[in-house]
Design a protein around this ligand. Structure first.
Ligand code: ADP
Length: 731
């Protein structure tokens, strides 16, 4: 199972508190920018409006100034016309002029300039060097002059000129009351604005404030450059007295004199900055409040996550955690999810450990089994060699012609006993293999226990005698019967007896009994007073190769598959087997429980002739490529006097012989060179009436079946028991 992956490394790790703290800033900043833009646009709009208003106010101021100038020019014209209409009264002009001159009136003085000289019609003309000396310069003209410096209160004059109708070549000169113009400016500008009128030479004619101080002077340098750049416009620049104002200016249509109207610059563009300042203050306040709120929220989040971090190892190791619900839905859900994942992880780990342990156990078992197998193979070869040695020795002895007949008989008995042992060993091996692969088939019939016990006792009698054991058999008087395969059940009992004889010191006592255990069970017991079985060993003795566990029994020989076979066969019969031993050296008892059944019905004995002399001598053909085997079998059969035997060593020879002679029985080895035994049987079937008997090393059920299918009437597994074979040949 994969371990959880560590979180990918990141160059920068953010503190949750800092992140939460950034939230209000992230919220306030765009809002601030938006609001500032809005304020800027609104104040720009306001400034534009204010500028427009200023321009319009200046337009109206210009109109007022123009009207005033026009009116003074018209007044002078009217004076001229009036004087001309009544030219007989020379003083009339003076009288009329007097009504236009004086404080609050258009003119401070009115003169009549004629080619002869200049004459004051009314007021105190400003002292002027040119007055009276060069009046002819203005002869007959109309209009306005620029400011001309003189002495006096006004420091100079601006003159309005009109031709004097009553006297050709003469001109009426009205010296403008500039103070009146200044008052007009002041009343128009009001207290919050400033107005100035310059003449054609950019000299201040009138101002709404401090008129006396600046009349006749030039305005500030910035003012001059503004009006020189544009005929009309708006701009910020200071006045002579240093006041920073926002100005609108334009020139009068006739005189081209600039008229200025100025207002406090702050009123137009400072508004934005004021608003912005307030906005920033508000934003700062909102930010502080937001940060405080973020700190409160962030602290709670951080605590919840810190708690989670502290608890996490416990969730994985299964330690009891002390998590207190944070009250935060997602964090608590995360804890639940982590707890569940931790639980699963622990479970998976436990399962993995268990599986590992099981796998380890299995591996150890497999290794042990493999070792056992190696030892088994060594044991097997040793066990197979054991009977071969006396057989070889006895065969050598038999080759001596001088051997006395008693000695020959002993040799023959040795060979017989040892080859039986060899066959028994091989049978056990084959049976074990069949049992493991489930290929043991039982021929179950009601069988008397007494027959089983007797057959088993008979089978082990030679060993019992050799080891001088006392075999005590207890047979229940009832006809105790089991439903089973007699051959196999004899094998079970004989095996147990064989072991009892093997694992009991010479002169021991071995008991064999079969008693009813209940109405449905028979108890077969084999008890000895031998070496016994320790408690640790007893669970293993029924395993295949059980013997190789202990070195102790090695000395006794055997493959360690006997009890495995016994247990398998007992269980195939639906029975059980158990072992009990009081301990080392105190004997062993095996108890086999088998299902009980009713005794078999006794059949009347059939009349069979057992006298060999009554039966005729049978013609037998033995077909075997192993010449030794063929020759010894022929000798054995012929010695009995009941058989006449021919030999063939190949299938072809056998088939040829069948054509020439008539046989009662033909014994065929299956593994023949050229055509094999099966093929021989198939071909013979059509040529002879003889009984066909297969003799082969292959003894499995399917081998037998195959032989029958090929046409054989009987099947014998090698080494063939001569007695059994002779019995079969007699049939
Ligand atoms: P083998 O006899 O070929 O070794 P078995 O399967 O018959 O194999 O027996 C297995 C083992 O059980 C023997 O090696 C022996 O240790 C033990 N055993 C069997 N029968 C007896 C008995 N009657 N007394 C003591 N030990 C026995």
């Amino acid at each position: 199972m994969n371990e959880p992956q560590p979180v990918a490394k990141q160059s920068r790790k953010w503190d949750l508190l800092v992140l939460v703290g950034l939230l209000p800033a992230a919220a306030v900043l765009p809002l601030l920018v938006f609001a500032a833009t809005l304020v800027y646009l609104l104040t720009q709009e306001g400034a534009n409006n204010a500028r427009q208003t200023l321009i319009e106010a200046n337009d109206s101021l210009a109109r007022v100034v123009q009207t005033e100038l026009n009116r003074s020019a018209e007044d002078l014209e009217r004076l001229s016309l009036a004087a001309a209409a009544d030219s007989k009264d020379p003083e009339l002009a003076s009288r009329l002029a007097s009504s236009l001159v004086g404080p609050g009136r258009p003119f401070s003085a009115i003169l009549l300039a004629s080619p002869e000289g200049e004459r004051v019609l009314a007021g105190n003309p400003a002292q002027d060097d040119s007055a009276g000396s060069s009046p002819s310069q203005r002869g007959g003209t109309r209009g306005f002059t620029n400011f001309r410096k003189t002495g006096g209160l006004q420091r100079g004059v601006v003159e309005v000129l009109a031709p004097f109708q009553a006297q050709e070549g003469s001109t009426l000169v009205g010296q403008m009351n500039l103070m009146r113009l200044a008052r007009t400016l002041a009343s128009h500008a009001g207290s919050r604005s400033y107005a100035t009128v310059l003449d054609g030479n950019d000299i201040i004619l009138a101002r709404s404030t401090d008129f006396e101080m600046y009349v006749g002077e030039h305005p500030s340098q910035q003012t001059l450059s503004a009006i020189h750049q544009k005929v009309s416009g708006t701009a910020r620049f200071p006045t002579r007295d240093g006041r920073e104002l926002f100005w609108s200016w334009q020139r009068l249509p006739e005189t081209n004199w600039p008229v200025f109207l100025g207002t406090q610059a702050e009123e137009i563009d400072i508004a934005f900055w004021n608003s912005l300042r307030q906005l920033l203050l508000g934003a700062a306040l909102a930010l502080v409040l937001g940060l405080f709120a973020a700190w409160l929220v962030g602290r709670r989040l951080v605590r919840a996550f810190d708690d989670l971090t502290v608890q996490t190892p416990g969730l994985v190791t299964g330690r009891v955690t002390t998590y207190r619900p944070s009250g935060l839905k997602q964090v608590d859900a995360l804890y639940e999810a982590m707890a569940a994942a931790g639980g699963k992880l622990r479970l998976t780990r436990a399962e993995r450990d268990k599986a590992l342990a099981a796998e380890q156990g299995l591996r150890e078992v497999a290794e042990r089994d493999s070792q056992k197998k190696d030892v088994f193979i060594a044991t097997l070869s040793h066990e197979l060699r054991n009977p071969l040695a006396p057989i070889a020795a006895a065969a050598k002895l038999l080759q001596r012609p001088e051997l006395p007949p008693a000695e020959s008989a002993r040799c023959a008995a040795i060979i017989d006993r040892q080859s039986r042992m060899l066959a028994h060993l091989l049978d056990d091996l084959l049976d074990a293999s069949r049992l493991t692969t489930g290929r043991v088939h039982l021929n179950r019939k009601p069988t008397l226990m007494s027959e089983i016990l007797q057959a088993a006792a008979e089978a082990v009698r030679p060993l019992m005698e050799e080891r001088q054991h006392d075999l005590v058999m207890t047979l229940h008087p009832e006809n105790l019967t089991v439903l089973g395969d007699k051959v196999r059940l004899v094998q079970v009992a004989a095996n147990l007896l064989h072991n009892a004889a093997k694992y009991t010191d010479r002169g021991g006592r071995i008991e064999l009994s079969a008693v009813p255990n209940s109405t449905r069970e028979v108890l077969l017991t084999v008890t000895d007073n031998g070496i016994g079985i320790s408690e640790e060993e007893s669970p293993h003795i029924f395993n295949i190769f059980g013997q190789v566990e202990s070195q102790r029994e090695r000395a006794q020989g055997g493959l360690g598959i006997g009890l495995y076979l016994v247990k398998g066969l007992v269980e195939l019969h639906g029975g059980t087997i158990r072992v009990s031993s009081p301990g080392d050296g105190r004997g062993t008892s095996f108890q086999v429980r088998l299902p009980r059944t009713l005794p078999p019905v006794a059949l009347p004995p059939t009349e069979t002739s057992s006298d060999p002399s009554e039966s005729e001598c049978k013609a037998v053909l033995v077909v075997d490529d192993n010449v030794d085997a063929a020759v010894t079998l022929k000798a054995l059969l012929e010695v009995s006097g009941r058989f006449q035997v021919d030999l063939a060593h190949t299938g072809e020879d056998a088939l040829a012989m069948v054509g020439d002679a008539t046989y009662d029985v033909i014994c065929v080895d299956i593994g023949l060179p050229g055509i094999d035994g099966y093929e021989v049987a198939k071909r013979m079937k059509s040529r002879t009436e003889a009984r066909l008997v297969a003799t082969t090393g292959w003894g499995a059920l399917e081998d037998k079946q195959r032989a029958l299918d090929a046409g054989f009437d009987a099947h014998f597994t090698k080494p063939v028991d001569p007695e059994e074979l002779m019995h079969e040949l007699q049939v």
